[in-house]
Design a protein around this ligand. Structure first.
Ligand SMILES: NC(=O)c1ccc[n+]([C@@H]2O[C@H](COP(=O)([O-])OP(=O)(O)OC[C@H]3O[C@@H](n4cnc5c(N)ncnc54)[C@H](O)[C@@H]3O)[C@@H](O)[C@H]2O)c1
Length: 282
């Protein structure tokens, strides 16, 4: 693949921390979720990829199964709707017998000033950035509690703590609640063998996801990106001047997710890590 800035930073792995394990990755039809799914499979997991885009998630499952040699299951549906996450869990247990890791990656990239949201889009932004994660956590917990084992990894994003404009819904509400949920759910499940942790990417070059034949039309609705968003964000990144000055390759984010989701992260819960080239620091 040409024209990508981050290819020299692609992270490869020889770890096999997921042999015999089963992972669910939401929002995995494309982008970062697709790369996380591939990474967990490369480490030996059987993987369930769940996404609202039916055709694309089925295609991704087929391609990743061919590429990694691991079993994949595609689950299509809007995870914010009642019953869809429960169905995903039932199908996973039916097909693979267990769930070790849940990665809550699905989100809707809606970047507008709060005053510019319509009532409908406001509702959708909360549904697709908060309710999907809540429903997935609630759906997997009974199984994880019964087995006294579970790894939940939430994907947030640095804008929740950098005050980026146009991010009040996506980051302030969506990702901010993801961070709060990580801590409180970690506390709630601490005696039940379950860990809950969170990864915040900065900018990711998601086009470097390794899709050999990328879909032509974008999933994102153009009306979800307000005028001037990208210019204003570029100015802020320039002013701060402390970041590494490049987006991440998606595998750089996936490797942090793979750590939190693996058995070896057994004494780590309620934690957050920024994988953002220094965009935000402790
Ligand atoms: N791309 C970046 O630079 C960046 C930066 C910071 C954080 N993140 C976060 O990383 C994650 C992945 O980002 P991405 O750039 O790959 O995004 P993306 O929009 O390409 O992928 C998100 C996926 O989630 C799916 N999805 C959305 N709502 C859903 C729902 N209700 N039910 C089921 N599936 C649903 C979409 O269909 C899509 O395939 C997101 O949580 C995003 O907020 C991304």
């Amino acid at each position: 693949m040409t024209g990508l800035r981050t290819l020299p930073y692609a992270v490869k792995t020889e770890c096999r921390r997921y042999d015999g394990r089963v992972a669910i990755v939401t929002g995995a039809a494309q982008g970062l979720g697709r790369v996380i799914a591939r990474r967990l499979a490369e480490e030996g997991a059987k993987v369930v990829v769940a996404d609202i885009q039916e055709a694309r998630v089925k295609r991704t499952a087929r391609l990743l199964q061919e590429e990694t040699g691991q079993p994949f299951l595609a689950v299509a549906g809007d995870l914010s709707s009642e019953g869809v996450a429960d169905d995903m869990v039932a199908r996973t247990v039916g097909e693979f017998g267990r769930i070790d890791t849940l990665v809550n990656n699905a989100a809707a990239l809606i970047r507008l000033r709060l005053v510019d949201f319509t009532e409908d889009l406001l509702q959708k932004a909360v549904d697709w950035n908060v309710w999907n994660t809540l429903r997935c956590c609630k759906a997997v917990l009974p199984h994880m509690i019964e087995r006294r084992y579970g790894r939940i990894v939430n994907i947030a994003g640095e804008a929740w703590r950098t005050g980026a404009p146009f991010h009040t819904l996506l980051a302030g509400v969506g990702k901010g609640s993801m961070v709060g949920l990580t801590v409180t759910l970690a506390g709630e499940t601490i005696a039940q063998g379950i860990t809950v942790n969170c990864v915040s990417p900065g900018g990711i070059e998601t086009a470097a996801d390794g899709d050999p034949d990328p879909p032509t039309e974008s999933y994102r609705d153009p009306s979800w990106t307000g005028p001037g968003v990208l210019e204003e964000l570029a100015k802020i990144v320039g002013q701060r001047g402390i970041s590494m000055g490049r987006p991440s390759h998606p595998t750089e984010v996936a490797s942090a997710v793979a750590y939190f989701g693996a058995p070896e992260a057994s004494f780590v819960t309620g934690q957050h890590i920024g994988v953002s080239g220094g965009m935000a620091m402790i």
